[in-house]
Design a protein around this ligand. Sequence first.
Ligand code: SF4
Ligand code: SF4
Length: 472
Amino acid sequence: MYNVMSSKAEEFISHEEILESLSYAEKNKNNRELINEILTKAREKKGITHREAAVLLDCELEDKNQEIYALAEQIKKDFYGNRIVMFAPLYLSNYCVNGCAYCPYHARNKHIARKKLTQEEIIKEVTALQDMGHKRLALEAGEDPVHNPIEYILECIKTIYGIKHKNGAIRRVNVNIAATTVENYRKLKDAGIGTYILFQETYHKESYEKLHPTGPKHDYVYHTEAMDRAMDGGIDDVGLGVLFGLNNYRYDFTGILMHAEHLEAYKGVGPHTISVPRLRRADDIDPDAFDNGISDEMFAKIVACIRIAVPYTGMIVSTRESQKCREKVLHLGISQISGGSKTSVGGYAEPEPEEENSAQFDVSDNRTLDEVVRWLMEMDYVPSFCTACYREGRTGDRFMSLLKSGQIVNCCHPNALMTLKEYLEDYASEKTREIGDKLIEKELDVITNPKVKDKVKEYLANIHSGERDFRF
Ligand code: SF4
Ligand code: SF4
């Protein structure tokens, strides 16, 4: 029985409700009147239901599809402007006891190099990341109670926040680790994490169980209810995601929106972010073995429809996607991207030797952070290294109400310009700095409040003279 307010996974992600929604969408994919009604509701920018979004995803009317893309773009602009927040993943350990069929870290893979960073290695890796200009990390680790217990993760977070190298600092550590207990989530909260990220992989229980044949991750219910436990443990920024390509995309698209609706209705705060990874080739993994791959066109449509359905959520696309594909989806709703990423355990401080390959997947976008930053600016995006909200205590419902009212833009835009300026001063190549300084000059005109504008100018000048870490 579907119940958005239930604490039970199989009720807030009801299989029957998903099937009914998909059949409703299939029946109405050319229903112009209904699609118009949904689009009218969507234009209010307060979101639409999973069922309505499923209709838009299936819509086959070319003119309406163009309206869907235009609306997604407009919502992206209204909530996030032209800013793109930058981050990098840091893999701590690839020891894992699970048997995930799509991940090379699965326990049966005996030939992949197993690694776990020591605290000394973390200092080297994070120093290298700081020297690239990163301020925001996403920590990744396999599930292994012996090699990667919660104490290890907590120690790593403490080490990372403590590293101050030249003008560098990691100001927000997001964490992507296996589903765990309320008690452990509380420990992560106390350690000062930003977002807790956990991908559902697929919401289809039967497929989920087949794809996770062994290990604690096999437990669909425990995994699906993890975000509720994280929130019970005090973490109010959580990040959802499915791995597109594993299962039918229409099913998982509907499932992730139901999960977002559940968190908002039941816990009062929807997902801080939604990630849209697609299955990639990796050691011991052939994506062709999964017959649910989606085209770039459908991927773009998924991004657009999530943006319309959950206007407030941040949307993340990683270096799993190529430059071309990232370019296509950026304007449709993506607000965060990774740059200069390594998906191996270590590899930032020194490249990993070929024979020691520990990567989780092949990266499609291999450019340096400087190249990614310049590429974004050449398309008139403002790369942002901002982490202000979390540090100002603007998280959870406080953050959401500022975001939904549109007020957050008054912080985001100046913060983006100031953190970009820091990046340009400390890390950028000459060419990138030149483009960036011109962009900042142009973007200052967008600030309409004269007091704010003067303050930003003052802070920018201070940054140029060597001061750091200004924020609104
Ligand atoms: Fe382990 Fe995560 Fe890979 Fe599964 S996806 S094998 S849990 S690292
Ligand atoms: Fe994100 Fe807050 Fe910074 Fe805006 S001000 S970019 S919402 S951290």
